[in-house]
Write a protein that binds this ligand. Structure first.
Ligand code: SF4
Length: 411
């Protein structure tokens, strides 16, 4: 995220210069697939599914800058506008506000390997969010948390063929030593994202974040401090009474911008903020603060929200979010938006708890199902079988490839 800047004017259509040379961006990680490829761009924390024509082009670009032929100019432009490749002269960037699919795939591609796995670095958290999806993986674990569990989390993550590992919890910001260890370990085999409420001091994590080239997601639920702080109250076991989670989140965003660590904002949409005008005010506030990447998660009936359904959004929440995104597209706002709607696909999220157990949401009732324990023989083939048996692959693709939004035009 750039530094805090004044709100930009809507995008003005400028003539795109014709690229003379192109190369795959060093910030892009690619996995080739039967349908083409999946590319992950760290600065924007976005996955894109590519058809075969775009994937073949990216394979050719991997060897370094090369001249762009006339026949491939449109595909180069499409890849470069999303940061997947870089061109000379530079191609103007564009925000992604649609399904993250490039070329002629049309539908979401069939995945057989995960894109992302969430890894708990700690079960402790400075907040007590009213909808917390993970409290069943935190509260029973807190008093017995041990340093060596970081090894167990990494051991299980190593067996999962995902491109990205999200260091989460609990909140890594309250246990920076464990979080930094986990970032270092995971970055040996995956791209790393840090998930935080921002309610703490991010400075101790900056060296590990820089070493890993990691992206940071900070949670902000409202432009209104009172709404945010009511939905995300602090836990006085970790923070002084009177601390505002809202102020702390924005202080962390400013600190990350100063340190030039790529970051984005994520918002859980529930009963507290699902109103269209409230979301528009949040969008405008984020733009005013220089935020360029925004993820909206419809709150899911998991963890605490499973026991308190009154905090969940209404059944038309995805329609409201689509409407909001359509307005951003029409106005040409420079805000990349991803929308997840996992309430209809609970088994689409992979979670490694802070003891190294791989869990998915149960299909047959409340709570999580443990599908792998870290004391098992490290057998990748056996792990693949367990994933195939437990993961909702179309739901997984939808969550990380902006499935609820409309497809982008074929490039
Ligand atoms: S910050 Fe995340 S883990 Fe902590 S209480 Fe809120 S939702 Fe739960």
């Amino acid at each position: 995220m750039p530094g805090v800047i004044s709100r930009p004017a809507p995008r003005v259509r400028a003539r795109t210069p014709v690229a003379a040379t192109a190369a795959r961006s060093v910030d892009t990680t690619v996995r080739f697939e039967s349908f083409g490829a999946v590319a992950y761009v760290g600065r924007r924390d976005d996955f894109f599914a590519l058809d075969r024509a775009h994937a073949d082009l990216l394979r050719r670009l991997a060897v370094g800058a090369r001249p762009v032929r006339a026949a491939e100019a449109a595909r180069v432009r499409a890849l470069a506008a999303l940061g997947i490749c870089v061109t000379d002269p530079p191609t103007p960037p564009r925000p992604n506000q649609g399904r993250s699919v490039l070329g002629r795939l049309g539908e979401l591609p069939p995945l057989t390997r995960p894109l992302l796995v969430n890894c708990f670095s700690t079960a402790h958290c400075p907040l007590r969010c009213v909808y917390c999806h993970a409290d069943d993986l935190m509260i029973p674990y807190r008093d017995t948390e041990r340093a060596r569990e970081v090894d167990a989390v990494d051991r299980t993550a190593t067996l999962i063929p995902a491109l990205v590992a999200v260091v989460t919890g609990g909140d890594p910001i309250v246990a920076p030593v464990r979080a930094a260890q986990l970032i270092d370990r995971l970055s040996r085999h995956k791209r790393v994202v840090l998930d935080t409420s921002g309610a703490g001091d991010v400075d101790p994590l900056l060296p590990a974040l820089r070493r890993a080239g990691a992206h940071v997601r900070v949670s902000v639920d409202s432009a209104d401090r009172r709404v945010h702080d009511r939905a995300r109250p602090i836990n006085t076991r970790y923070l002084p009474r009177g601390t505002s989670a809202f102020d702390a989140a924005h202080a962390t965003l400013r600190r990350l911008a100063e340190a030039d660590v790529p970051c984005s904002v994520q918002t859980v949409v529930g009963r507290h903020n699902e109103d269209g005008d409230a979301l528009r005010r949040l969008r405008d506030d984020l733009l005013d603060r220089g935020v360029r990447y925004w993820v909206l998660h419809a709150a899911v009936p998991a963890g605490k929200a499973e026991r308190r359904p009154a905090v969940l959004p209404g059944p038309d929440v995805l329609d409201r979010l689509r409407e909001l995104v359509a307005e951003c597209v029409a106005a040409g706002l420079p805000l990349d938006i991803r929308v997840t709607g996992t309430h209809s696909a609970p088994r689409s999220v992979l979670l490694i708890d802070s003891r190294g157990q791989l869990c998915v949401q149960r299909a047959d009732g409340p709570g999580k199902q443990v599908v792998w324990t870290p004391d098992q023989r490290p057998d990748p083939a056996r792990m693949r079988q367990r994933l195939d048996a437990c993961v909702d692959w179309p739901g997984h693709a939808s969550r990380y490839l902006n499935g609820p939004l409309t497809p982008v035009p074929a490039g």
